[in-house]
Design a protein around this ligand. Structure first.
Ligand SMILES: NC(=O)c1ccc[n+]([C@@H]2O[C@H](COP(=O)([O-])OP(=O)(O)OC[C@H]3O[C@@H](n4cnc5c(N)ncnc54)[C@H](O)[C@@H]3O)[C@@H](O)[C@H]2O)c1
Length: 255
């Protein structure tokens, strides 16, 4: 994309947390956003927050970001409402903790269907649209430090995040010819509505993170906004770890 192209993004799982911060940061930089969450109320509240700061920058579409038919609807909505789609951020992901030996097929299906399937099929539908437009574009996968290193009770989740990192590299081979970049970010412990419910999350991660605190959603959103921007057009196939230095030593607070 050139600096003159209207940028239009889809961000999934963006009712709260990291996704909401990404949608907010993109809207702040002039990008139009289709904001998705599974929960209709969260979707509507998030859209209203963003539009009150940046009028008419965002529309909401509640639904299941792992469903290929719904994914196509998000792409069509971006095009119908804003005229194009240039950025796809399959941020929605679920974490299900459990020991490997007793992890159930049902939980495995839930984690892989959203984390891998939702990302794969949004990347696919978005790429087809970007190719039709001839504009190029940017795809950004939401990985995790658990996709880089082993974590107890996160075998299935970590596997999906590692899978996204390889998907980013693989898509470089298929999508670079169309001017589409594909990158990932790998956050460490990040303070969101969900993680804040864990006892002393900030205290525990502050103690073992070299920079002295966990990440906040804005830390992730700033990096994402750069990686999908016109300033990052020669960066592709990369994964950026955003963890305050934690993976330099990786002490676990839980074992
Ligand atoms: N929070 C962290 O510490 C952390 C660290 C590394 C990576 N991540 C990744 O970042 C992403 C966002 O994490 P978060 O903690 O901000 O998210 P979260 O768990 O707070 O969920 C954000 C939103 O996703 C929505 N959602 C759940 N299933 C959905 C579906 N099928 N379709 C659409 N929306 C759905 C939820 O309703 C929720 O509002 C995830 O992919 C997660 O794996 C988070």
């Amino acid at each position: 994309m050139s600096k003159n192209t209207l940028e239009v993004a889809i961000v999934t799982g963006a009712g709260v947390g990291i996704g909401l911060a990404i949608a907010h940061e993109l809207a702040k930089s002039g990008v139009k956003v289709v904001l998705n969450d599974l929960a209709p109320t969260l979707t509507a509240e998030a859209v209203s927050k963003i539009n009150s700061a940046f009028p008419q920058s965002c529309i909401g579409l509640a639904g299941d970001a792992s469903d290929p038919e719904f994914i196509q609807r998000m792409v069509d909505t971006a095009v119908e409402h804003f005229g194009a789609l240039t950025i796809a951020i399959p941020n929605a992901g679920i974490t299900i903790y459990g020991e490997f030996l007793s992890f159930s097929p049902d939980d495995f299906k839930k984690v892989t269907q959203l984390n891998l399937g939702g990302s794969f099929f949004l990347a696919q539908a978005a790429s087809k649209q970007m190719i039709r437009q001839g504009t190029g574009g940017a795809i950004l996968f939401m990985s995790s430090v658990t996709g880089h290193q082993a974590h107890k009770n996160l075998a299935a989740y970590g596997m999906t995040k590692a899978g996204l990192e390889l998907l980013a590299k693989t898509l470089v081979v298929e999508l670079s010819q169309y001017g589409i970049t594909v990158n990932a970010v790998a956050p460490g412990a990040t303070v969101t509505e969900r993680t804040s419910m864990q006892e002393d999350f900030v205290g525990i991660w502050s103690n073992i993170t070299p920079l002295g605190k966990p990440a906040y959603p804005e830390d992730i959103a700033h990096a994402v906004a750069f990686l999908v921007s016109a300033n990052a057009r020669h960066i592709t196939g990369q994964s950026l770890v955003i963890d305050g230095g934690w993976t330099s030593t990786s002490p676990s607070p839980y074992s």
